[in-house]
Design a protein around this ligand. Structure first.
Ligand SMILES: [Zn+2]
Ligand SMILES: [Zn+2]
Length: 346
């Protein structure tokens, strides 16, 4: 089968590989129908994910059809259409039992697919702990609708959840890339009083204005003053930092009112400064971390109910055979790309 492979720093290649086989009774083999490229894939390509193992097939956002199941997998059948979870988790350890599946203590727990084990930019993928890692796609939900349920939409859903948003809040979201927009959709489900999106890229700002006319938009320079004047208490009640830019962490807490919650979803390339003397008396609560991606079923139900729709994010579609072109386009943000879907024609 064809598999897009992390060869070495800077090099990905479409290679012919053997089809994956079941290795454990809790495994499933999934025939991938649609996958996508994530910014994290680019981080692997650029060598900034030290855990990534050269030779692995990349890709951790995918949907497909169950081809084969290990003998211990319950609740799934060959032929089921499924969304694949970005995280691998056992479901039974201390962290899994608390819903903190990102910290699953299994040796392969956390983000393994397309990083430490073979992922889904391929024709087939082996999914460990399939009873946890696969969610059945409701009948009327298309592959394109379900594509992000296991990764960027799961991230937005988790971020909105842990931010403790109430109907009185002014919520600031920093960053309107794909994950920022997923976060925005999930924040809107909480019905806050007001949502402000801060973004510097005019294409992304335009996307937000066209699709979410109820949301206010602002550039980073104007953001602190804008939030001070557009919220009831001198700043945002909740800030969700999804941008991960050089200055966006400091922007996040500067835009927050005293006693606000600042949720850091972003992954940074460099350490960030927490200037406690400057923050003294602001009494902020920071929440950080990687997604606990175990709400895929809930997310798919919301998609089925028409309350979440990430299909407008898919601006381009390529066949697997042309995935290198798709990476080029995505990496260099050509042609107003937001997300690229990779289709397996079978
Ligand atoms: Zn991702
Ligand atoms: Zn676990």
């Amino acid at each position: 089968m064809l598999a897009y492979t992390y060869v070495s720093k800077g090099t990905f290649e479409l290679r012919e590989k053997p089809r994956p086989v079941l290795q454990d009774p809790r495994d499933a083999i999934v025939r991938v129908t649609l996958s996508s490229i994530c910014t994290s894939d680019l981080h692997i390509k650029h060598g900034s994910v030290p855990r990534a193992v050269p030779g692995i097939t990349v890709g951790h956002e995918m949907v497909g059809v169950v081809e084969e199941l290990g003998s211990a997998v319950r609740g799934l059948h060959p032929g089921d259409r499924v969304a694949v979870n970005v995280e691998t988790f056992c479901g039974g350890c201390y962290f899994c039992r608390h819903g903190w599946v990102n910290n699953c203590t299994d040796p392969n727990g956390g983000w393994a697919l397309g990083c430490r084990i073979d992922g889904g930019q391929a024709e087939y993928v082996r999914v460990p702990y399939a009873d946890q890692g696969l969610s059945k796609i409701p009948e009327h939900v298309t592959d394109r609708q379900a594509l992000f349920a296991g990764d960027i939409l799961a991230t937005g859903y988790w971020a909105a959840d842990i931010s403790e948003i109430s109907s009185e809040d002014t919520v600031l979201i920093i960053g309107a890339g794909p994950t920022g927009i997923c976060t925005l959709q999930c924040v809107l489900l909480k019905n806050p009083r007001q949502v402000v999106v801060c973004e510097q890229d005019p294409v992304r700002l335009d996307f937000v204005r066209r699709h979410y006319p109820q949301v206010l938009t602002v550039g980073p320079e104007e953001a602190p003053a804008f939030l001070a004047s557009h919220s009831g208490h001198g700043g945002a009640d909740r800030v969700l930092e999804v941008a991960g830019g050089p200055d966006t962490f400091s922007l996040a807490w500067q835009c927050a009112r005293p006693n606000a919650i600042v949720t850091v979803v972003a992954l940074y390339d460099t350490p960030q400064v927490l200037p406690l003397p400057e923050m003294y008396g602001k009494n902020l609560t920071f929440k950080t971390g990687g997604v606990d991606g175990c709400k895929c079923g809930e997310i798919l139900d919301l998609i089925a109910a028409g309350r979440l729709d990430t299909t407008p994010l898919i601006t381009h579609t390529y066949p697997l055979a042309r995935i290198a072109e798709a990476y080029d386009l995505f990496e260099h943000r050509q042609d107003n790309v937001i997300k690229v879907a990779i289709e397996n024609g079978q």
